[in-house]
Design a protein. Structure first.
Length: 306
């Protein structure tokens, strides 16, 4: 069965690796090292093997010139677009006015039903209050009115890595509000979103669900199947607690995103990630290095995905 391609939860391929992705589309395959098993997998990018491509990014501007080339492999494109105006903690992302301009372009080109606005994670600190988040949320919503139908939110998880990065790279101290307070905050955002014709959904935060806040499914096989009129693998593939995603193949790699978001779970060190991006070669057949295809084909510890 054709696969849903995730591009990518692990890093921002549209922002930093668009030329590499297009090269792999033209080649018809890509090699991906699985983060837990360490196995190198050969993933087909041939049109008949792709049911949809789901992109994730905070900056689509570098990818826009490549869209026609990508469409030659698959026209079934879906976009997650994070726009928060939170440059206090997202150190290298574009200004939200630039981001919303690109969002509107994608919505006009593909339709607003094929894009999700993400305002997540909501990271509250001693210098970044929820009131400031609410103000920025409204600013973004005003610019996205008519172009955004859905918004996904979540509150940041206080992982040790995030806490360490906050101490190392900022003068912020994380505040983790009680669940009841988060619920109140989420309801306030839902009311704000409703004013702009936007529905609010909670990602992996089931305690936020209510009459006005639905459960998010970021890789939603049933929805993608309906949008694109294709057969999709809708078996669950939860990546973490309370995840509602269906199966997909992610072609990214950890420690490669150069946005510098200090709360990021995908980078163990933002300086290492920045270095990886600078040293990257778009001609490689995997994101982090050039793989010996013969070794993958013959190696006992390797396997082909499909």
């Amino acid at each position: 069965m054709p696969q849903i391609l995730s591009v990518s939860r692990r890093t921002d391929i549209p922002a930093f690796y668009g030329a590499w992705f297009v090269n792999r589309i033209k080649a018809g395959h890509v090699f991906v090292r699985q983060p837990y098993s360490g196995k190198m997998l050969r993933v087909s990018l041939e049109p008949q093997d792709l049911s949809a491509i789901v992109f994730w990014s905070k900056n689509y501007s570098p990818l826009l010139p490549w869209l026609e080339t990508i469409e030659q492999s698959s026209k079934n494109l879906f976009f997650h677009f994070t726009v928060s105006g939170n440059r206090d903690l997202e150190l290298n992302v574009p200004d939200f006015r630039e981001a919303t301009r690109d969002y509107r372009y994608l919505a006009k080109r593909y339709g607003p039903e094929r894009i999700v606005w993400r305002y997540d994670p909501i990271c509250i600190t001693d210098k970044l209050s929820f009131a400031m988040h609410e103000e920025r949320f409204v600013q973004c919503a005003e610019l996205l009115k008519g172009s955004a139908e859905r918004c996904f939110i979540s509150f940041v998880q206080p992982y040790k890595r995030a806490l360490s990065n906050l101490r190392t790279h900022t003068d912020h101290t994380l505040i983790d509000p009680p669940l009841a307070v988060k619920q109140e905050y989420a309801e306030r955002l839902a009311a704000r979103a409703e004013q702009y014709g936007i529905l609010l959904f909670a990602c992996c935060n089931d305690h936020l669900l209510s009459e006005k806040i639905g459960k998010a499914s970021c890789i939603d096989g049933a929805r993608l199947s309906g949008l694109f009129n294709v057969q999709v693998d809708t078996r669950p593939a939860s990546t973490r607690k309370e995840c509602a995603c269906t199966r997909s193949v992610d072609i990214g790699a950890y420690d490669t995103c150069a946005h510098g978001c200090v709360y990021c779970y995908a980078n163990s060190d933002k300086d290492r990630a920045g270095k990886a991006q600078k040293e990257h070669d778009p001609s490689w057949n995997s994101l982090t290095r050039n793989v010996d295809e013969h070794e993958v084909a013959t190696g006992k510890s390797q396997q082909r995905l499909f």
